[in-house]
Design a protein around this ligand. Structure first.
Ligand code: COA
Ligand code: AMP
Length: 635
């Protein structure tokens, strides 16, 4: 029986809410500052709060150099494990310092200075981390673009971030496929209005890129020849990075993260949430292109002196469903963090977990899951097979770290499968109804977080303060709107149920159905369309599109549908996983013209639904059911 405020979680939570500034000032002691902050929290531009203004630090120094100075130079900082290239490479903190200083020197040689943006378009290789840290070292702002995006998405980001330089690899390797990045990069630059001065290209032997000199510079030549650069002092509120994420339109949101609050918050989470110690091996099986990769492949593990694993492979197929167990056993991983979809993929191929018997998993203490709701089946399967706590935690690109979790370093609560447990200290999570009143326990409403948000969360959207305000702060004054719906139960556990906007979650990847609709509408034969997420056993959700054709189209329905699928892949990229599209005669709408996407989703997912009272013609739903059946959905 836990008494009120009797455990470390409750004490920390109480202090983070009622003595906020002291709580985070205490946490900030784990970071090495060049100059201390003038005040802990600046509230003068609400709702745009600033943590540690006036402070000076360097994030790269904190993640690399100080560990070398403290005697950790020989410890492994990065383990690169790449089943797709049959490579395992270990990089010590001292080697990392040398490599990062040299790449920082190469960037400086290309004219990159503090405040400039640098786009990083790289697969899961150590050079991606080195590039990010090199930017941080000289105060340049990196913006990593996930490799599964198409040239068009890269071009959108180039235009928005206006980078001085782009760092890219010649190719990525996806299972058995070699994906040449350089043609995508060239195409993106040709499409964009802004042109970077230089591209620094890391050549991989699997697909050596042709360089367009003098714009393109080869990493393997420029980096060895560069003068190593030291760490420059950076303001706590200066941006460290921009990370683009799906918004409700085709224009992605550039989430801006600062240097000071980010270093403080991430360092604190490593002990409070993950309960991991310096020197231990921490593995986030994600991609550097996502927020999980930024926070928990790169910055957090290195900030606290852990060893981080960079895994270039998949949970299955590289070579089999035992891949994760091999990595844990080979590298003595203490903490694994991944998305539930990865475990669903493993479970699908090896439901009895037979491959586990081949490996020694005794080093593994905890499995953390995030990126999408952890379904109870997956949680129980993982608990049963791994015999370690399986901890769901809820967060977003915007928040940079978990809003809700079972904080393993503070107090371990009993797991309720399907719930990410309680709000993490710093997070005043509430559930509000349609009239913005708090919901009673158990009632579903909008999940919001009381302002100010803790350090390390978004400071704004790049070049878009107003969009930031409109997206997150306008609807619920004094709160941050998560755009997730959910409830808090009688025990104070949070349950995250669904997005309140048009974002869907496909294999832990966040995608906008609105952006896909914009693309389908641009097809010359399409008059109207709707895209919605349908349930998928492996990926959680998959996008499904229905299109109505313009009068006089002579192509077959199948041909237009195939063209629509190709168009989304071409414009967003393979990561959209948009493979199901059907042509229909008309879309079901309310009398006021609103498309009934929710009803169509329920038909596709075989869920019960009530005939919407405002539907203009109920007969359309029969037609929809027929069309869905033809592409394998519904009855
Ligand atoms: N570069 C280029 N292409 C990429 C890519 C990358 N970095 N990542 C994915 N793709 C491609 C894939 O090759 C695939 O292409 P295809 O349509 O030609 O087959 C497509 O994008 C969809 O990829 P994905 O959603 O990853 O599906 P998958 O079928 O290849 O693998 C899983 C399914 C479940 C194994 C995989 O999604 C996975 O490992 N997920 C882990 C979740 C994760 O890392 N989430 C990040 C947030 S924590
Ligand atoms: P992203 O910004 O890509 O990290 O996606 C954030 C969204 O993923 C959230 O708004 C949620 O909808 C969903 N999400 C992430 N983690 C969880 C979780 N543990 N439980 C439920 N949903 C989650």
């Amino acid at each position: 029986m836990i008494n009120a405020k009797s455990n470390a979680y409750e004490i920390a939570y109480d202090s983070s809410m009622n003595d906020r500034e002291n709580f985070w000032a205490e946490a900030a002691k784990s970071v090495t500052w060049i100059k201390s902050w003038d005040k802990v929290l600046d509230e003068t531009h609400k709702p745009f709060y600033r943590w540690f203004p006036g402070g000076l630090l360097n994030t790269c120094y904190n993640a690399v150099d100080r560990h070398v100075e403290a005697g950790r130079g020989e410890q492994t900082a990065i383990i690169y494990d790449s089943p797709v290239t049959n490579t395992v490479r270990k990089i010590s903190y001292a080697q990392l310092q040398e490599q990062v200083s040299k790449v920082a020197g190469a960037l400086t040689g290309l004219g990159v200075v503090k405040g400039d943006r640098v786009i990083v378009y790289m697969p899961m290789i150590p050079e991606a981390l080195v590039s990010m840290l090199a930017c941080a070292r000289i105060g340049a702002i990196h913006s990593v673009v996930f490799g599964g995006f198409a040239a068009n998405e890269l071009a959108t980001r180039i235009n928005d971030a206006t980078p001085k330089a782009i760092i890219a690899a010649s190719c990525g390797i996806e299972g058995a496929k070699v994906i040449a990045y350089k043609p995508l990069l060239d195409h993106a630059i040709a499409m964009s209005d802004h042109k970077p001065d230089h591209c620094l290209i890391f050549q991989r032997e699997q697909s050596v890129a042709e360089l367009l000199e003098p714009r393109d510079v080869e990493w393997q030549k420029a980096v060895p020849a560069a003068h190593p650069q030291g760490c420059v002092p950076v303001g706590a509120n200066d941006p460290l990075y921009i990370l683009y994420t799906s918004g409700t339109t085709g224009q992605p949101k550039g989430v801006v993260r600062d240097n000071g609050g980010h270093a403080v918050a991430l360092s604190w989470t490593m002990s409070a949430i993950y309960d991991v110690k310096p020197g231990e091996v921490y593995w986030a099986a994600s991609d550097v292109g996502w927020v999980v990769g930024h926070s928990y492949i790169v910055y957090a593990p290195l900030l606290v002196g852990c060893t981080t694993v960079v895994y270039e492979g998949k949970p299955v197929g590289t070579p089999d469903a035992g891949a994760f167990w091999r990595v844990i056993s080979d590298h003595k991983v203490s903490i694994l963090f991944t998305a539930p979809t990865a475990f669903r993929a493993i479970k699908r191929e090896d439901s009895e977990g037979k491959l586990l018997a081949k490996y020694d998993l005794s080093s593994l203490r905890t499995l953390f899951l995030a990126g999408e709701r952890s379904d109870p089946d997956t949680v129980h399967w993982a608990e049963d097979k791994l015999k370690v706590p399986v901890i769901d935690h809820w967060w977003q690109t915007e928040t940079g770290w978990a809003i809700a979790a079972n904080c393993m370093g503070l107090h371990q609560y009993p797991v309720k499968a399907g719930s990410p447990t309680k709000p993490v200290p710093g997070w005043g999570v509430e559930v509000l109804d349609e009239v913005h009143e708090p919901c009673p326990p158990g009632k579903v409403g909008s999940l919001v977080a009381r302002l100010p948000l803790p350090p390390g969360t978004l400071t704004t959207l790049w070049n878009a303060d107003q969009r930031c305000f409109d997206s997150y702060y306008a609807e619920y004054p004094h709160f941050y709107k998560t755009a997730d719906a959910g409830m808090i139960d009688e025990d104070g556990y949070i349950h995250v149920m669904a997005r309140t906007d048009d974002i869907i979650n496909v294999a832990g990847h966040r995608l906008s159905t609105g952006a896909m609709e914009e693309i389908l509408s641009s097809h010359p034969d399409v008059a109207e369309c709707a895209v919605f997420g349908v349930a998928d056993q492996l990926k959680g959700q998959l996008p499904l599109g229905l299109v109505c054709l313009k009068a006089g189209v002579t192509k077959s329905d199948e041909q237009v549908a195939a063209e629509c699928v190709a168009l989304v892949r071409d414009m967003i990229g393979p990561v959209a996983a948009f493979k199901h599209c059907a042509v229909i005669k008309r879309l079901p709408k309310t009398r006021s013209g609103k498309i009934l996407r929710g009803t169509m989703r329920k038909i596709a997912d075989l869920e019960e639904f009530k005939m919407p009272a405002t539907i203009d013609d109920p007969a359309i739903l029969e037609e929809i059911a027929e069309a869905l059946k033809k592409i394998g959905y519904g009855k």
